[in-house]
Design a protein around this ligand. Structure first.
Ligand SMILES: NC(=O)c1ccc[n+]([C@@H]2O[C@H](COP(=O)([O-])OP(=O)(O)OC[C@H]3O[C@@H](n4cnc5c(N)ncnc54)[C@H](O)[C@@H]3O)[C@@H](O)[C@H]2O)c1
Length: 337
């Protein structure tokens, strides 16, 4: 099979590319390298079955040229993480609206199964955890830019379902919960790489709020397995929405403690008020847990890695080369994406 991965030089996209190539497929990664990195795909440079199409997912001609050459599409390209969205809502909104429209329209033109990576952010402020896929989305006011991410991803989901209903396009939606693993950087506010970098540098670990908020972390390898299995069964999964993650919760305080233990770092923990990190009026959810019954029933999904394995892999990578995280950037209170 020939695959197009938009956002293929990013954290998740590059692992997906690795796996698809290992399975004997061809891969084109379309990426504008805004948050993605050439380092993520360096190992694929010499692989004749891999191509990087450098450019923007809103570029109609480029998307069309790529789509024309493949059998299936994974659509991941998007600004990610609440911090990036708060800082540059226009880009987040435009990429997700125009970029996704281009991708779906090309997939419809060439009748290509497509999988969209949405986010657990779309559940918004709902406190009905664990979240089921048909749960109401409780999204906050546009006064707070952070909700732009949830809104545009929800709109992308509507588009996927709309294409399926109106044109029969095999469009699958995945709501990724916090995904972590090697190649994730702390630059855009992801909690685990930020805390690991601080621990290894002997700097205080910045934990937002009281640190009693919980998150569930899924190893990128488990997420990749789920994406491929859902795509492989697109005839049964098209038009539907699936949570992908783990249901094992940990408070950010305990996460920081575990990272200190596993790195052997003597660094202290520093509690930072949300307002200091994100500005006045920042809204957050205390817990975010996926219900995984649907994906379990449909593809037999069972995560293979626990948090210890995630941290072990990420600490090993960070010790090999520093990712140079900006201190105080951890997006732990929000999605942690
Ligand atoms: N990491 C998480 O915890 C998480 C959680 C929920 C959802 N997601 C979703 O998974 C997908 C991948 O996220 P990731 O964590 O790998 O982040 P990432 O930032 O590493 O990957 C996104 C990739 O998209 C590229 N990109 C962004 N805008 C683009 C544009 N206009 N044109 C072309 N390429 C563009 C970036 O350069 C990057 O390589 C995203 O759709 C994100 O919303 C991730």
């Amino acid at each position: 099979m020939r695959y197009l991965i938009t956002g293929g030089a990013g954290f998740i996209g590059s692992h997906l590319a690795d796996r698809l190539l290992e399975q004997g497929n061809d891969v084109i990664a379309l990426d504008n390298l805004s948050t993605g990195r050439l380092d993520n795909i360096r190992q694929l440079e010499a692989n004749k079955r891999f191509d990087l199409a450098y450019g923007d997912v809103t570029n109609r001609q480029l998307v069309d040229e790529c789509a024309k050459c493949v059998d299936r599409v994974f659509h991941l390209a998007s600004p990610v993480g609440v911090r990036l969205i708060v800082e540059d809502p226009i880009r987040a909104i435009e990429t997700n609206i125009y970029g996704t429209a281009e991708v779906f329209s090309a997939c419809e033109r060439y009748r290509l199964p497509v999988l969209l990576t949405s986010t657990s952010e779309v559940y918004g402020k709902s406190d009905r955890i664990p979240y089921s896929e048909d749960e109401d989305c409780v999204i906050g006011s546009p006064v707070h830019s952070r909700w732009a991410y949830a809104c545009v991803k929800a709109l992308d989901e509507f588009l996927a379902v709309g294409y399926w209903r109106q044109t029969g396009l095999a469009a699958i939606t995945v709501r990724l919960f916090n995904t972590a693993g090697p190649r994730q950087t702390g630059h855009y506010g992801m909690v685990i790489p930020s805390l690991i970098d601080q621990a290894l540098a002997g700097e205080a670990l910045d934990v937002y709020g009281d640190g009693r908020q919980t998150r569930c972390f899924c190893h990128v390898q488990d997420a990749v397995s789920a994406l491929i299995a859902l795509m492989d069964r697109h005839e049964e999964t098209a038009g539907e929405i699936f949570n992908v993650g783990t249901a094992e919760q940990i408070t950010i305080n305990d996460l920081a403690k575990k990272i200190l233990e596993m790195t052997g770092s003597p660094a202290p923990v520093n509690h930072v008020p949300y307002e200091e990190a994100y500005g006045e009026g920042f809204e957050d959810m205390r817990h975010r847990v996926p219900r995984l019954d649907k994906i379990r029933e449909r593809i037999g999904y069972e995560p293979q890695y626990d948090l210890t394995a995630i941290l072990r892999d990420m600490i090993a990578e960070a010790k090999g080369h520093s990712r140079g995280s900006k201190p105080g950037a951890a997006d732990q209170g929000s999605s942690g994406e």
